[in-house]
Ligand binder design. Structure first.
Ligand code: DLZ
Length: 163
């Protein structure tokens, strides 16, 4: 019910036969790791076989657009890309610049290449907020792992692109 209220309405999706790329940052890895795990588990639940999931890492969020673009170009059989990172305002001096460049860049990659790129970048005010959005909240409530939503979005957009 809580998910539904937030607008996350899960659909029954069949990802059998899809190939999905995950590019994630090494910055904030203790938060990024569970997000990647949640993403992969949800892809498996949707029928995407483990051998069809390619996982690559980059230093930070700023590198996500370029790496996503290059990896999509190098792998024309990939149906969708999920780009994952975590930016925390409290500990990132030029938070707004990196967040804006990363989001704009990822949108451009998807539109330029005509292949879905899912924005798996958390932009949080505090580390606690980021942990909660990775489903490992530290202040009483576990939160919700956004990797689940990103995987569902990737499968849905990949299927739309295949039609
Ligand atoms: C430099 C930087 C800072 C301060 N904070 C973050 C962050 O919170 N999350 C993240 O993914 N990356 C961060 N970076 C690194 C930049 O994204 C980028 O890797 C470097 O500026 C090199 O281009």
């Amino acid at each position: 019910m809580a998910e539904f209220e937030k607008g996350v309405v899960p659909k029954v999706l069949n990802g059998t036969g899809l190939k999905i790329l995950i590019v994630h940052t090494r910055w904030n890895l203790s938060i990024v790791d569970p997000l990647v795990k949640g993403t992969i588990e949800t892809l498996h639940s949707a029928g995407v076989p483990p051998s069809n999931i390619l996982v690559r890492d980059v230093p930070g969020a700023f590198e996500l657009p370029f790496a996503s673009q290059q990896l999509l170009k190098q792998n024309p059989d990939i149906n969708a890309c999920i780009s994952i990172g975590v930016l925390i305002k409290g500990s990132t001096m030029h938070f707004e610049y990196i967040a804006d460049a990363t989001c704009q860049g990822l949108m451009r990659v998807g539109l330029d290449l005509g292949r879905p790129v899912v924005l798996g970048v958390l932009t949080c005010l505090t580390e606690d907020q980021a942990f909660e959005r990775a489903g490992i909240g530290r202040q009483g409530h576990a939160g919700h792992n956004h990797g689940i939503d990103w995987a569902q979005a990737a499968v849905e957009m990949a299927l739309l692109n295949k039609k």
